[in-house]
Design a protein around this ligand. Sequence first.
Ligand code: FE2
Ligand code: FE2
Length: 187
Amino acid sequence: MVARNLHFGRREPVRRKLNMNAIDLLEKQHKETLDLFEMLEKSKPGATRKQAFAKLKSSLLAHMVIEEEIFYPAVSAAQSAGESVAEGYEEHTGARGALERAGKALADEELFGVRIGVLAEMVKHHIKEERGEIFPRARKALGGELEELGDEMEARFEKAVKAASPAAKLNRMSTQRARAALENAGA
Ligand SMILES: [Fe+2]
Ligand SMILES: [Fe+2]
């Protein structure tokens, strides 16, 4: 009897250790992204820049994957958030292009500064929109479901970071989903 209780006592905390609601998870990733931008904007061509940029690229792409595959559709389905979500997809497409261009200028002192600056501005604007438009709707519409979504998104994020899905395919997905979000809004 004693041994059984000990067994059950150990199991629960291990299973729930990743519990973070969907919005807290996205905000944590936003902060990490902004920190990486700050570092990259001050960086010089070389190994440290290359490493920091690779981290930015994989985590930003994976962040957009979990928003496009899980978070945005959940917000759209729960409430008519069509226009702000459709704008979100479009801004992701823009960010993917700017990310790609910055990656091609890693060795160029001046051009990289310009391109990473443009990307940082786009992402900062986008984060502001998510915070001001999408997150309040999500909180209102999804409430307690945000916990479960957070777990699902965290697991998907880990996979997407490893897979680093091809940007071209994701761009096509963005366009289709933006269209679907607008159709939902009009329905
Ligand atoms: Fe985001
Ligand atoms: Fe986003």
